[in-house]
Design a protein around this ligand. Structure first.
Ligand SMILES: Cc1cc2nc3c(=O)[nH]c(=O)nc-3n(C[C@H](O)[C@H](O)[C@H](O)COP(=O)(O)O)c2cc1C
Length: 317
């Protein structure tokens, strides 16, 4: 009698254990395991979903990849919300610590020995004709701590920011940054490259003008692309009519087309960092085949975790 109770108890315990294993493995499928990133080749850039440099502090010892930090404005401002679907993000703001001492301290503490990109932008309330001052403030502060600096003139979430891609404003900005780069290079005896991050929503004519200026000012690289305001790829989604920059799969083709166009204009003189909707290894290879020298993942990393990094690593060997 006692033995059959014991048997029942053992069966129930076994069933509970199996249930627990199923629950744990379900969650571990969805969560990226950052500790696995340590072996990755430094040609795939991943992003940290944070503007404060805190994740760099936490994960820096594990990464051997490029880590770009999200846009950092000149001072602390604003809040951020993003809504998600299966394979895209709708990004409608930026969480901003600003290029403060706290931000720089987080980076210093990280003792990160890979290539760290710092993405800089203007404050949302800085008028467009004063934007250059915000970029210079961030550029000077970030210079000593960055492996490269990304100039964000393409986030659709900061009002008027994209106007900085127009001939008039882009020329002023590139001229100022190039001359500041020369001064800081001399001062710190260290050349920190800067790259310009552009939108996927520019016309071919606008892309031609941007490419001309990138060549004129010998910019070190271009990131193509940021998120899109185009909703064609998600018309059936409940988020289709909502505002914000769209990332992930629906952006893929658009960003590849921009890479292809830029590649023709730049003719290998300026490296292109391809980003936008890389969810599979094939997506990454397609960006490279169309002219990208480096590829960067954001939404793909969030949804597919380190598996995507591993697939890309194998595919790009
Ligand atoms: C939540 C979120 C935050 C982002 N923050 C920034 C940012 O601060 N600066 C920037 O230049 N791009 C930012 N981006 C754009 C991404 O870096 C990337 O260019 C874009 O999402 C396309 O790549 P993906 O499809 O792999 O996500 C952000 C995107 C998302 C979804």
């Amino acid at each position: 009698m006692k033995l059959s109770y014991l048997k029942k108890f053992l069966y129930i315990a076994l069933a509970l254990f199996i249930l627990l294993v199923i629950i744990i493995s379900f969650f571990s499928i969805n969560l990226p395991d950052y500790s696995q990133l340590k072996n990755y080749k430094p040609s795939i850039m991943t992003r940290v979903h944070n503007s404060s440099g805190e994740l760099v502090k936490e994960y820096s010892n594990e990464y051997r990849v490029f880590i770009p930090i999200d846009a950092v404005p000149a001072i602390v401002k604003s809040a951020f919300i993003s809504a998600e679907d299966k394979n895209f993000y709708r990004h409608i703001g930026v969480d901003l610590l600003g290029i403060s001492r706290a931000f720089i301290n987080n980076i210093k503490k990280a003792k990160f020995n890979g290539v760290l990109g710092i993405n800089i932008g203007k404050n949302f309330d800085t008028p467009i004709d004063k934007a250059v001052e915000d970029y210079l403030t961030c550029f000077r502060e970030a210079y000593c701590y960055a492996g490269y600096i990304a100039i964000n003139v393409s986030s659709p979430n900061t009002k008027n920011l994209r106007n900085l891609q127009s001939d008039k404003y882009l020329e002023i900005l590139l001229k100022a940054l190039k001359s500041e780069q020369k001064i800081l290079h001399k001062k710190f005896k260290k050349l920190v490259p800067f790259v310009v991050k552009i939108s996927p929503d520019n016309s071919s004519k606008q892309l031609d003008s941007i490419a001309k200026l990138l060549l004129k000012y010998k910019v070190d690289g271009v990131i193509a692309t940021n998120t899109t305001i185009d909703r064609k790829g998600i018309l059936s989604s409940k988020y289709a009519m909502e505002e914000g920059g769209l990332s992930g799969a629906p952006l893929n083709k658009k960003s590849t087309n921009v890479i292809k166009h830029l590649n023709k204009c730049l003719n290998g003189k300026i490296p292109i960092i391809g980003v936008g909707g890389i969810i599979t290894a094939d997506d990454g290879i397609e960006k490279i085949n169309n002219g990208a020298s480096l590829i960067q993942i954001y939404t793909g990393l969030i949804f597919r975790g380190h598996r995507l990094v591993n697939e890309l690593r194998k595919a790009t060997r």
